[in-house]
Write a protein that binds this ligand. Structure first.
Ligand SMILES: *Cc1c(COP(=O)(O)O)cnc(C)c1O
Length: 352
């Protein structure tokens, strides 16, 4: 760190992304990426002529991609905001809607806390219930922005659309951000509620169910006034926030929606298989509606299992926070990867 950095940034506790090691080939079950490639249409769209056109700026209005997403969700283009990964939308929300502070679950996506710190926002961290679920009654923000991942990470547990609506009703003066990064794996999106609730901001991403983590593409669905607020911030930071290749890939991915729905079904089947096998090995598994499983065993500590899996070429995610340190978060990959994971886990438990 140099002596020139402002105090408020030098004290930041930055977000730690999951490992992306280069030393050898791992079975990567640590960052919730898709095991499947992007659709054929996406691969075709990122073609030579698109690459040649990289000399030109991308379309700052994002009209083509907004049109595709608006059609898919039966909303207006003005209800869609595009961003460089959904992390950017979360960042913008913490900049834009937190006059009175923020509120989010104590155990959730780690970035919420980082954004709050980054922008010097006072935040309330609400404990989960003993069974790791979120109690909607705990969320009365009194004007604070409320942020909830649904399904939550790293638990994989969901609130119903009715419960989300309850939170919206009891917080008419707060923006309620529902982060639906994992909604395609068995949850239900609450975006139809934007027609009734002007304070709802739904955030989704192409990183998980759409096999495009490396392209960095996220989007929001909300009332046009909230979207206009986000656009103000975008035009004050980086108007060309979506690059040309990602835009082309995004449009093609929306066209190939059926392919991604099928992939999600494969992930759900592999998730069910992995849950059953882990339970048979004596693990406690939180029932997940996401493309990951949060599990612990009385026979081995969370960190110990993480390290032994890594020695054996399998990466999972371990968090050191006291309340969840016994657990590991295991991304659901292909059926073959999950069979390998179960086999190695069995061997570790048997002490081989
Ligand atoms: C992965 C993830 C994101 C960020 O996704 P990007 O679009 O890749 O930035 C946002 N929220 C949650 C809960 C996530 O797990």
């Amino acid at each position: 760190m140099s002596r020139f950095l402002k105090d408020r940034y030098s004290k930041l506790e930055v977000y730690t992304p999951g490992e992306q090691p280069r030393d050898k080939k791992y079975i990567k079950l640590n960052t919730n990426e898709s095991p499947f490639p992007p659709s054929k249409g996406v691969i075709k769209a990122v073609n030579k002529s698109e690459v040649k056109d990289l000399r030109l700026y991308s379309d700052p209005t994002g009209t083509a991609l907004k049109t595709a997403l608006a059609e898919l969700h039966n909303v207006k283009r003005e209800n869609i905001f595009l961003s460089n990964g959904s992390d950017d939308i979360l960042n913008f929300s913490f900049m834009a809607f937190t006059e009175k502070g923020a509120m989010f679950p104590e155990i959730s996506y780690g970035f919420y806390e980082v954004f709050a710190e980054l922008h010097g926002i006072e935040s309330v961290k609400v404990p989960l219930k003993d069974d790791f679920s979120i109690d909607p009654k705990d969320y009365i923000g009194d004007g604070r922005m409320i942020v909830i991942a649904n399904p939550n990470a790293p638990t994989g547990l969901c609130l119903s659309v009715e419960e989300i609506e309850g939170i919206l009703k009891q917080n008419p003066d707060s923006v309620v951000v529902i982060d639906e990064a994992y909604v395609d794996f068995g949850g239900q999106s609450c975006y139809p509620l934007i027609k009734t609730y002007k304070n709802l901001l739904v955030v989704q991403t192409f990183s998980k169910s759409r096999s495009m983590a490396g392209a960095r593409l996220g989007f929001s669905i909300a009332d046009e006034e909230l979207i206009a607020d986000l656009e103000r911030i975008k035009y004050s930071t980086n108007p060309y926030n979506i690059n040309r290749l990602t835009t082309a890939a995004g449009v093609a991915a929306v066209k190939d929606n059926d392919y991604y729905i099928k992939n999600c079904q494969k992930i759900i089947a592999a998730r069910d298989y992995t849950t059953r096998e882990l339970e048979a090995l004596g693990f406690f598994v939180i029932p997940s509606k996401a493309n990951f499983i949060f599990a612990k065993s009385d026979k081995i500590g969370g960190e110990d299992l993480y390290l032994k899996l890594k020695e054996n070429g399998i990466l999972v995610r371990h968090f050191t926070k006291e309340k969840i340190k016994d657990f590991n978060r295991i991304t659901v990959g292909s059926q073959k990867e999950m069979e390998a994971f179960i086999k190695v886990t069995k061997q570790i438990l048997e002490g081989k």
